[in-house]
Design a protein around this ligand. Structure first.
Ligand SMILES: Cc1cc2nc3c(=O)[nH]c(=O)nc-3n(C[C@H](O)[C@H](O)[C@H](O)COP(=O)(O)O)c2cc1C
Length: 159
């Protein structure tokens, strides 16, 4: 397959921590890909994954381990309008707060589960940001993403 050279960052966020992180990534990773689009998830559905791009899910967690409200339509579309997404390569940046215990970072993890169920291929481990750890999501996230992109954009062996 051709290595995709554009990155689409899909952002699920309530209080904009995930959005700030996505914009920090956009600024710090421009030299690594041909283009970066930061897209709030509002109003999106599974058709978002039709393109030949690399996808990065950037989602916080709200409620009791739920995806943010602006991510709900996309998340539900992955369950209600399933189709094979074997062409999709994606990464996950999950934001949460470990004081919530078992639901820590569930928003991003829920997306990971749905995408994997549809045959999409996750690259690398899930990045987790813990709001109570005292670290800045945008700083940590940008560092992680540069490393992740070097793996994601490395030539892949064809099966
Ligand atoms: C009402 C509320 C509920 C939350 N529920 C969870 C949760 O169940 N699990 C979790 O890991 N974090 C939870 N969080 C923490 C947020 O995911 C975390 O603060 C995150 O950094 C917020 O990102 P955002 O500003 O992009 O929405 C919750 C936060 C709030 C305000």
């Amino acid at each position: 397959m051709n290595t995709p050279t554009s990155l689409i960052i899909l952002v699920g966020s309530v209080t904009q921590t995930a959005m700030h992180m996505a914009h920090a990534i956009e600024l710090s990773c421009t030299d690594l890909v041909d283009g970066i689009q930061v897209r709030p998830m509002d109003g999106l559905d599974i058709r978002m994954f039709e393109g030949d791009a690399l996808y990065l899910i950037c989602s916080s967690t709200h409620g009791s381990g739920d995806v943010p409200e602006n991510a709900r339509a996309l998340y539900e579309s992955l369950g209600n309008e399933p189709r094979f997404l074997g062409h999709v390569h994606y990464g996950v940046m999950a934001l949460g707060d470990s004081s919530y215990g078992e639901t820590f970072c569930n928003g991003g993890l829920r997306f990971d589960e749905r995408l994997a169920d549809l045959g999409a291929v996750r690259i690398g481990d899930v990045f987790r940001h813990d709001a109570c750890a005292g670290t800045e999501a945008d700083v940590e996230g940008a560092v992680w993403c540069r490393k992740w992109l070097s793996t994601a954009l490395a030539p892949r062996a064809t099966a």
